[in-house]
Design a protein. Structure first.
Lengths: 244, 244
DNA sequence: CGTTCGATTGAGCTTTCTCAAGCACAGTGG
DNA sequence: CCACTGTGCTTGAGAAAGCTCAATCGAACG
């Protein structure tokens, strides 16, 4: 149907360098980069955030569109009594603030040193018009996010704590794989246990215990508090789907 | 930013009749209807499904794009051991199968008598090209669904059973409101208790018990097994946000 | 070397699940 | 017209997964 890789009739090389950004999806980046992202970067304002700093809060007027160029952010929603659900993590290459609402639906906070490139929302519409492939690309990004959101609904609605953490690790590994092409088997955890818990619908204590189980099952090794090595990807895959 | 209501320079009347379809979002429908949906309907193939019939299964090749014209469907994913998560219900006006994957990521099953209008996926790309506003519109639809999916993640990850059911009823009421303009206070439950449970990440027993609690709290009345009357919308809103 | 903060571990508790029985209502056949 | 039956819903009792609260650990930092 809507082909994500077609733009101005030319196909890109699969090994397109992607202008040095570590991207979620190479095909997506390639198009964005060629048709608009480079311009976006050139015209956009660069900004930095330190760990723990907030980019915007839920309810803030959404005045700018951001793209992450370095670091990681968490997106979250709070219930009135303080319960928190992290709806996603944003990595280099991801876009923030491209919703249709005038207000941000979530808060965004830096997990480490974050570098962003931003653009006034008011000019983003015109920008998209000038780069027609962007429109399709935005749709592709939204569709991908939607598909990820649906998977997360399955995780939150129906998986056990062990399955949730296993699924999460596989998500992170897939990401690490996509960045460094070769089949990596270890990856960073830039987020705290509490963040993982708030992403997986658990408590930090349960995350800790279940991480211990995965370790005891010889599926992962804790290289450091914030670095995991996968020992048995297939096994972890089985656990993630409830077959472990 | 991307204005959902602009197309070919002309603004639509807010009370545009929407060609008789009961739509999720009037603005969305208006544009779709004018720029493409009427054509979609004229060129598309009409089909019907009886209650319990499956439109497609997870993993089936996605050969057609559908729009619901009557009735309700459920979308769901299964885990290998049979656990089920319903990721959404589709009502008249909604689109199915407009993903980027070649295979359906979810299964779709009719909850009642369903009427659909469909289009070969292969021709949908061209169709979108001929109706440029469609592209933006598709993006808007995806963005809306994404926002709904995020809310559902909060529900599944952090809300209690009581809060989940209250939130669900408010979702359905909002929908009923949007269709019949006037502030309705009752709505149908075309889905079984098990379906509600699989949507809310609970069991049918818990749904039943919690429904009893909402009744005892005088927040709702069960007019019939499949019809609810809201007695205290504000109260239900408080419960849904954990303030009850 | 002490302090701090996040992570881990433990014990008891709560919510929700599981399994099982009973109920209500619609459809069927006598 | 009424018993029969099937299906989905409700209710109950016990079990379990995960939560809460509290104590301990351990690495990072002054």
């Amino acid at each position: 149907m809507l082909s994500p890789a077609r733009h101005n009739g030319a196909e890109l090389h699969a090994d397109h360098p992607c202008a040095g950004c570590a991207v979620r999806d190479r095909a997506v980046c390639a198009v964005l980069d060629c048709d608009g992202l480079a311009t976006f970067r050139r015209l956009g304002r660069t900004s930095k955030l330190g760990q723990g700093q907030t980019l915007f809060h839920e309810g803030d007027p959404a005045t700018r569109v951001f793209t992450v160029t370095r670091g990681t952010l968490k997106l979250y929603t709070l219930l009135p009594d303080g319960r928190r659900q992290i709806t996603g993590f944003m990595f280099p290459g991801d876009f923030l603030g491209i919703s249709l609402d005038e207000e941000h639906a979530v808060s965004a906070e830096a997990l480490d040193e974050v570098q962003l490139c931003s653009f006034p929302r008011s000019r983003f519409g015109a920008f998209v018009e000038e780069h027609p492939a962007m429109e399709r690309q935005l749709y592709c990004l939204a569709a991908n996010e939607l598909s990820a959101a649906r998977q997360q609904m399955v995780l939150l609605g129906r998986k056990t704590a062990l399955e949730r953490l296993a699924s999460f690790f596989l998500q992170l590994l897939d990401r690490a794989d996509r960045i460094s092409e070769g089949g990596t088997s270890s990856f960073d955890l830039p987020m705290s246990r509490t963040d993982i818990a708030d992403y997986l619908g658990l408590t930090k204590e349960t995350v800790s215990r279940v991480l211990g189980q995965l370790r005891d099952l010889r599926l992962v090794r804790l290289i450091a508090r914030d670095r995991i090595k996968l020992l048995d990807r297939a096994g972890l895959g089985l656990v993630a789907e409830g077959l472990g």
